[in-house]
Design a protein around this ligand. Structure first.
Ligand code: NAP
Ligand code: GDD
Length: 353
């Protein structure tokens, strides 16, 4: 390892944000280390294009097996990597799934954050290195509080996921206050991209649009169409994570576009991109409703604009178009496979997401 390069450790590197953040940090000249979970199938699709064999002297991305439920491995990874910056993105991040797996979600999202902060604290204790930590907090923490939500808005979480994120948020605040650690909460509103997991509503919709256009699918089953979200582009949002760790002091920042749309409006835009009418294809499946819903998220990111100089580059219409175009291309490739006798699975439908 070269001593001159800044070194970042990312938990959740295989997720949407992990992939964008890795690209961003590598472009800034960082040596990037990611923690990945052992899986029976490969789970590194989103970062494969960045990976080089570690024997290659030009390799700058290194992966380590680990899990936020395993405190011992977190300590070992800290000691091995000796990071300057830690980005805690790892999570069971699906809100509806958190109602099915509440204990596991709390263990990974809440207690997992505590385990990581303990590992960072102990590493700082032995090394004296002023490690800076980013905690991936969420607008879900605001729950029922009316928009616009800012750093001053109280939390009212509405799911096991959101409750666990509130716990993680306060662990981060407490470690900052108790031990003087540089820990910053980024309270990020929904952010999407062609890399978004296929059971989150935007991607579920754009995947369906591509497949319906290509004749691979006819129906799209959804839950609540009346929820409003502040949807931004993940590429813009990872820049904010990095900016937060370059600030002179640790703090908490809302990151959002300031504009909200309903799921229904998302359907209008996405189907409209290909001249389709969603009413002919969408059906409501009550199993996709949540036991308690978050009705309206719209963030006020003026503090981040003022203190970090952060701004939105990709707006809602461009984001939806980017995702539809990507998923149309994917559907065309799936169709070509199917036309040549290969079986194409509509995987988003395996579990109700
Ligand atoms: P994502 O695509 O679901 O990625 C989650 C990552 O966490 C994956 O790399 C996943 O690994 C990893 N992970 C899951 N369980 C883990 C465990 N037990 N130990 C270690 N890693 C684990 O999520 P994302 O959209 O990139 O979001 C990144 C972070 O920001 C998450 O903490 C999320 O809750 C938070 N957040 C997201 C948004 C948003 O709109 N995207 C908004 C606010 C906050 P596998 O690939 O192996 O599953
Ligand atoms: N996933 C999903 N699937 N959501 C649906 C569906 C469906 O079939 N039908 C309607 N929705 C509604 C949900 O009820 C919710 O109100 C809205 O679409 C958005 O759902 P998701 O895309 O699953 O995102 P989320 O807002 O619950 O959570 C995401 O954003 C949070 C930040 O606010 C996740 O990325 C969280 O990890 C993140 O913290």
């Amino acid at each position: 390892m070269k001593a001159t390069k800044k070194r970042a450790l990312i938990t959740g590197i295989t997720g949407q944000d992990g992939a964008f953040l890795s690209e961003f940090l590598l472009a800034k000249g960082y040596e990037v280390h990611g923690m990945i979970r052992r899986s029976s199938t490969f789970n590194t699709d989103r970062i494969d294009h960045l990976y080089r064999d570690p024997h290659d002297p030009s390799a700058q991305l290194f992966l380590h097996y680990g899990d936020l439920v395993d405190g011992g491995c977190l300590r070992r990874i800290m000691e091995r990597v000796q990071p300057d910056e830690v980005y805690n993105l790892g999570a069971q991040s699906h809100v509806r799934v958190s109602f099915e797996q509440p204990e596991y979600t709390a263990d990974v999202v809440g207690t997992g954050t505590l385990r990581l902060l303990e590992a960072v604290r102990d590493y700082i204790g032995v090394s004296g290195k002023p490690v800076r930590t980013y905690q991936a907090s969420s607008s879900e923490m605001f729950g029922t509080m009316p928009p616009p939500q800012s750093e001053r808005t109280p939390f009212y979480p509405r799911s096991p996921y959101a409750v666990s994120k509130v716990a993680a948020y306060y662990y981060a605040v407490n470690y900052r206050e108790a031990y003087g650690m540089f820990i910053t909460n980024g309270i990020l509103f929904n952010h999407e991209s062609p890399r978004r997991g296929e059971t989150f509503v935007t991607r579920k919709i754009t995947r369906a649009v591509g497949r319906i256009h290509c004749g691979l699918q006819d129906k799209l089953y959804l839950g609540n169409l009346d929820a409003y979200r502040d949807w931004g582009f993940a590429g813009d949002f990872v820049e904010a994570m990095w900016l937060m760790l370059q600030a002179p002091e640790p703090d908490d920042f809302v990151i959002a576009t300031g504009e909200s749309h309903s799921v229904r409006e998302m359907l209008d835009h996405a189907f409209g991109c290909l001249g389709l009418d969603w009413r002919a294809h969408v059906e409501i499946d009550p199993r996709l409703f949540r036991p308690s819903e978050v009705d309206h998220l719209r963030g006020d990111a003026s503090k981040a604009a003022k203190k970090l100089g952060w701004k939105v580059n990709v707006g809602f219409a461009d984001l939806v178009r980017m995702m539809v175009e990507h998923d149309l291309d994917l559907a065309r490739r799936e169709k070509s496979l199917r036309d040549n006798g290969f079986k194409v699975a509509l995987r988003g439908n395996h579990a109700q997401g």
